[in-house]
Design a binder for this molecule. Structure first.
Ligand SMILES: *Cc1c(COP(=O)(O)O)cnc(C)c1O
Length: 372
């Protein structure tokens, strides 16, 4: 899709280019260190991520899905959740959020998103509660914080666990300045290469202020071992690769710059696209970090074709919601019209490192004039 486009949606070589030499140097350092599992790079990255997030603990993991799986698994091991408990999830999330729930034999309860924020509709959370609801997984989709202090306050009174899927929102804040990844009981990060802070491969992390949870996540991710050859859980192997840790330390230093770059692009789209039938994302001027800039259009295929003909690459996040995936056919009879309507109309526009403000002005102008 990005080949031959004047305005490619995303080319990962553009992501790496500014840091290439530092990345190669960091990789060489790890190669020469002889320390290929864990070690100094991991310790340093974890403390830098904890500091950037404003929490006491960060634990590197092999990827973002495992970060989520490990949070739920740790909560089960600590006796805070039990198999079969219900976990509220936004129905329009990426499938990894739901896989983390079902992989732990927990029951996902899909709640509709808010059409305006495209994030969990918090006003529907209370009607979805049952005596079996033990957790809410809030997903900061597209880089926009999804949080509601008054609903969360009531959930806390019911001792319901709040987990954040922060895969798309590193660096995002609430308007009062609190950062995503520090809001709930624990948060999962992904450093998949296309994310705002991306590794050169798979990587993830868990953040939390809860030491017991952090210790359990770390042990479960390392064969369930709390010290050498002593296994307190039937664990798995999902450790952060020190090569990725070394690379992520470099990327993390550029976090604020990357957030402001994306904000500027988003602001430019929001002020330049002026076609009534194109719905713009809400919140263009707040503290979102714009992992995706998502507009909504009818006749989406025609719209994308017309843009592609003008050299503009686009993508869809996501065309098929989890409850309509073949693996979740047990949920296919649910009625989720807002989720379906978003899935049918969303289009992501380029906000890649090679996308300049003048590119965004040109793309906006193309959107304003094309017929489709
Ligand atoms: C990318 C992503 C994940 C999974 O992260 P991986 O590192 O690819 O395993 C989970 N949730 C959301 C919302 C994501 O975008």
């Amino acid at each position: 899709m990005s080949d031959n486009m004047r305005y490619p949606f995303l080319d990962l070589r553009d992501v790496t280019r500014p840091d290439r030499d530092a990345i190669v140097e960091a990789m060489t350092r790890v190669v020469d260190s002889g320390r290929y599992i864990g070690g100094e790079e991991n310790v340093a990255f974890e403390s830098e991520l904890a500091a950037a997030t404003g929490v006491n603990h960060a634990v590197g993991t092999a990827n973002g899905l495992d970060a989520l799986r490990l949070i739920f698994r740790a909560a089960i091991e600590l006796g805070r959740l039990s198999v079969g408990d219900e976990v509220i999830v936004p129905a329009n999330t990426y499938i990894a959020s739901v896989l983390a729930v079902t992989d732990n034999a927990l029951t996902p309860v899909f709640v509709e998103p808010d059409e305006r924020t495209m994030n969990l509709d918090w006003s529907r959370v209370e009607e979805a509660l049952t005596p079996r609801t033990r957790a809410v997984l809030t997903v900061h989709l597209y880089g926009r914080a999804s949080w509601d202090d008054s609903v969360v306050g009531r959930l806390r009174q019911l001792e319901i666990m709040i987990v954040e899927d922060n895969a798309q929102a590193i660096g995002a804040r609430l308007v009062d300045g609190r950062t995503t990844g520090s809001l709930g009981d624990a948060a999962a990060f992904s450093f998949y290469p296309t994310k705002n802070i991306g590794a050169i491969g798979d990587a993830g992390a868990v953040t939390t202020n809860d030491k017991a949870l952090a210790d359990a996540v770390r042990a479960i991710a390392n064969y369930g071992s709390d010290r050498r050859y002593h296994n307190i859980y039937c664990g798995l192997n999902s450790r952060l690769d020190p090569l990725q840790a070394a690379i992520l330390r470099i990327k993390l230093r550029g976090l604020e710059q990357e957030c402001s770059r994306r904000r500027e692009l988003a602001r430019t789209y929001s002020t330049h696209i002026n076609r009534p039938e194109v719905l713009l994302p809400d919140d263009a001027l707040t503290a979102a970090v714009w992992h995706q800039y998502v507009i909504r259009v009818d006749r989406r295929d025609d719209f994308r074709r017309a843009l592609a003909a003008e050299g503009v690459g686009t993508d869809i996040h996501y065309a098929v919601p989890p409850y309509r995936q073949p693996c979740y056919r047990c949920y296919s009879s649910l009625v989720l019209p807002v989720t379906d309507s978003l899935a049918d109309t969303v289009v992501s526009l380029p906000v890649s490192p090679s996308t300049s403000v003048s590119d965004v002005e040109a793309i906006s102008e193309i959107i304003n004039r094309i017929s489709y």
